[in-house]
Design a protein around this ligand. Structure first.
Ligand code: SAM
Length: 279
């Protein structure tokens, strides 16, 4: 088990008092501060011990690790870095037909991926970064009439494609949702499964997005990331559109989500599964 990215936010003593900085500090105040400090230390140690026991990293639930901006050497990069990884550009809706290319059946084995997720009947599933709905409609079939698929994307053009397809096929359990770059726009504790296929690496605000997804998951709900394998130079995908499984785990480990398993069943992608702890 790794306790990755512990992020303390050391509070300067001055802030602890919440007082005017020009105020003089009496001996009594000093002892009060000392007492606060000891209590805070105890609290931090206790949180760390609980995090270790639950396999949740210290710092989970606190502020985001920093984003850095550097000059990008990659034309597909944004120059924005998160935990050492350069965030890729978002795939524009002009590329929607690429998402529906028939070769995906062989290259990505979508039904093998969905089989690996077990029964989805009756579930509420969020397809985050749904694009043209390549997975949304497959998920809808598996969820059945008693389940529903929340197809979230930040590009309204993508959602229009999904709406048109749903109307053509008379599919009623796919609901397009226009999210923002920082918020999937889902109700708290409403989702059994959040599926992110080939999208996490292009979130401009990965910490905020996963925080929003975590909030939307029911206790015990799953987060599944599917990313092209960066460990494998044979996978013919642009560098910034691939991720190593270590990097995926490191980035998710700053949230209160527990890694369950990584499945390497697909020709080119990892399936990395996390769970929100049950209450
Ligand atoms: C490469 S496409 C993958 C689409 C789909 N998952 C698939 O496998 O066919 C990535 C999609 O993620 C969307 N996206 C990027 N950032 C997003 C965010 N913060 N929230 C929701 N969708 C986002 C993009 O608009 C794009 O449609």
């Amino acid at each position: 088990m790794k306790v990755a990215f512990a992020q303390g936010h050391p509070t300067p003593l001055g802030e602890l008092t919440g007082n005017n900085p020009h105020e003089t500090v009496s001996d009594k105040t000093v002892s009060t501060l000392l007492l606060h400090w000891i209590l805070m230390k105890r609290h931090a140690l206790l949180s760390l011990a609980i995090a270790l026991l639950l396999q949740i990293p210290a710092g989970a639930g606190s502020g985001p690790p920093r984003y850095e901006h550097r000059t990008s050497a990659d034309p597909h990069g944004t120059g924005k870095f998160y935990m050492g990884r350069e965030i890729s550009r978002v795939m524009g809706h002009q590329g929607a037909s690429w998402l529906d290319r028939p070769e995906r059946e062989v290259e990505e084995a979508p039904e093998v991926l969905l089989d690996a997720l077990g029964t989805l009947r009756g579930m509420t599933i969020a397809d985050i970064g749904a694009g043209s709905g390549y997975f949304s409609f497959r998920l809808a079939r598996r969820a059945g009439p008693g389940g529903r698929v929340l197809a979230v994307d930040i590009q309204d053009e993508m959602l229009r494609i999904i709406r048109r397809r749903a109307a053509q096929k008379s599919i009623r359990n796919v609901e397009p949702i226009l999210g923002t770059i920082q918020d999937p726009g889902l109700s708290p504790e409403s989702v059994d499964l959040a599926l992110l296929v080939d999208v996490y690496h292009e979130f401009s605000h990965p910490w905020e997005m996963i925080q929003g997804i975590h909030r939307a998951l029911k206790p015990g709900g799953r987060l599944v990331l599917v990313e092209y394998r960066a460990e494998d130079p044979e996978v013919p995908i642009l560098r910034l559109h691939k991720m190593t499984q270590d990097q995926v785990r490191r980035e998710i480990s700053v949230h209160p989500l527990v890694w369950v398993e990584t499945l390497d069943l697909l020709p080119r992608q990892h399936i990395v599964i996390f769970r929100k702890p049950s209450r």
